[in-house]
Design a protein around this ligand. Sequence first.
Ligand code: HAM
Length: 427
Amino acid sequence: MSSNYRRVKGTRDLLPPETAVWSAVESTARSVFGRYAYREIRTPVIEHTELFVRSVGESTDIVGKEMYTFDDRKGRSLTLRPENTASVARAYVENGMGNWPQPVKLFYIGPQFRYERPQKGRYRQFHQVGAELLGDASPLADVELLLMLDRFLRELGFEDLVVLVNTVGDEASRDHYRQRLVDFLTPRREALSEDSRRRLETNPLRILDSKHAGDREQLAGVPELVDSLSEEARSHFDQVLAGLDAHGLAYRVDNRLVRGLDYYSHTVFEIVSQDLGAQDALVGGGRYDGLVAALGGGAVPGIGFAIGEDRLIDLLPEAFRQEAATAVPATVVTVGAVAPAEALALAEELRSSGVECLVELAARSLKSSLKRADRHGVRQVILLGDDELAGGYVTLRDLELGEQRQVARADLGQVLQKPPHDRGTRT
Ligand code: HAM
């Protein structure tokens, strides 16, 4: 096949039956977030490039090397969104959401684009399930958001995920710390990796989560950001931790957690899994109290998270996956001289009463119809022969038990509608 007819590197086709798992995860998200009164927002996948430069930050990896940026036909620079927080903040300002009752609680599910080196769990088109809370600065808002995230992950069956939290303080705390960090690292500059030497000028805080072994060595004894926190920032963080404790939400404070986007202030967090590679998190998030103002809105605080849906689905507990499986429960098959059109008519009756079924539309031998049903994983075969047609009943054959019985045509819808474990859907 010519490479032009293959999918673009780093993108994937999501196929059934796997798409049913995606759908089930998304329904769970809608259900859990809905209980916290979050409502869905859908923003465009393209935005003006400047939006991400201004919000995510010029010196970040995302803006510096990972964006899909192009000029449109009028020469405007547009970018496929690499994340959705900037777009949500823009939408908040642009749609006057500041006049809505506060706080505004929004969630989104959708594709994001980053030009990264593809590997397992890292794609160029990936998907995020995220939530943003705008207009509430209180530490309890941070706590409630984390409780919602935790509830979602627990409803999917996750048990052993680790929540890492930290604070990057307010602007004054960060300015103070940045200077201490630069003072500490400058004498060690020559021993740092090229990336970190560059960051020393552009974004020193990012050096803290360098994975480079030499950098890690140089970071021994580095001053901690916690020691530079303003009183207010310290108090916010303490209240968040106390709230998490009060609700029994387990976490680990990681003083080196700084996140790769510039808009954060105060609380930042990630959820990591032992099963993901060392540098990959399942969830990232935090507070961004200055973002709306930076985009021309008022002083509106915000906090949110985004879950990497691709990674989430890779790690999904088996029980949830099983439940989401979607075997077709039944197929209608004609027997003998009965025309397949009769089977279609019966299938339509069943669909009107809410039953999901296949129908054999070609005249085939019973043996070959049963074989085809088996290949589709169908468990119940509804046989429609001359006697059945004349008598107003069907013969219902259970392929797994190897049993069959007669069911009045009028009752069939009800019989097949029983919950899957009663009607014996294969999973
Ligand atoms: P982020 O940490 O850049 O944060 O991304 C969040 C999650 O998206 C990551 O933890 C990861 O699971 C997933 N992800 C990122 N890049 C890829 C990729 N190339 N392939 C697969 N999955 C990926 C944000 O995007 C912020 N907007 C989160 C946020 C929301 N902060 C506040 N509100």
